[in-house]
Design a protein. Structure first.
Length: 231
């Protein structure tokens, strides 16, 4: 596999695209068999067109993943993962009759549902939560934490942006990065906010030069307590 810095040169794998389409076809077929009111042939003016849509989604998702997924961080065989899980995740996002509208935003929604290691480089709204202990109990803090947060458009409030949240929620502004101090009791205190992870890291290292936060963030795969919303 290529390194994350080489994501742009990874070529789409036809086998992975096929596995994606096969998984989606199977999930749609199972849902149609369970729902007598669903008529995929009618929805797509023929099953041939439905199959074309499914194949197009397989190709689109594989092409998207080659640009945004860090394959080195995967613990599963890519094609098997897609065949086993893509279809069910996709149908959490769109109904079988609506698949013709599948786009790149839906690629991210499915990838987050699958808990794929999406590269969190600022190009996409990906939830981030990084924490590192302090070498000493500086200022009463046991650790520093950088987490994505979002401002509500119509209210003077912000909320943590975590895995499971809609990444393109129209009620929120674009995510940014909040730096928190974490007390020995687990309580968090907002220190500052920055538009980019790089700026948040720079501030953290200015405060604590030896802090071991990663240079590049990883997506949030496990739920962690959301900090207070102050910015």
């Amino acid at each position: 596999m290529n390194t994350p810095t080489e994501q742009s040169v990874i070529e789409a794998d036809p086998a992975a695209a096929f596995a994606t389409a096969l998984s989606l076809w199977g999930s749609c077929k199972a849902q149609a068999e369970a729902d007598s009111t669903m008529n995929l042939s009618e929805a797509y003016h023929g099953m041939d067109q439905f199959m074309r849509v499914v194949v197009e989604i397989g190709n689109r998702f594989e092409t998207w993943a080659c640009q945004y997924v860090d394959f080195n961080s995967l613990n599963d065989v890519w094609t098997y993962l897609l065949e086993d899980r893509f279809g069910d995740s996709c149908l959490k996002i769109l109904q079988p009759e609506d698949l013709a509208g599948f786009n790149d935003d839906d690629c991210l929604r499915v990838a987050l549902d699958l808990k794929l290691p999406v590269v969190a480089d600022g190009q996409l709204p990906v939830p981030v939560d990084e924490q590192a202990p302090l070498p000493t109990n500086d200022g009463g803090f046991a650790a520093l934490r950088i987490q994505t947060v979002r401002d509500l458009i119509e209210e003077n409030e912000s909320e943590a942006f975590v895995l499971g949240d809609e990444p393109f929620d129209e009620n929120f502004e674009s995510p940014y990065f909040a730096l928190y101090g974490v007390g020995t009791d687990g309580m968090v205190e907002h220190i500052a906010s920055r538009r980019t992870y790089a700026d948040a890291i720079k501030l953290a290292r200015n405060l604590i030069p030896v802090i071991e936060l990663p240079d590049k963030p990883k997506p949030t795969f496990t739920g962690s307590p959301a900090p207070g919303s102050g910015t």
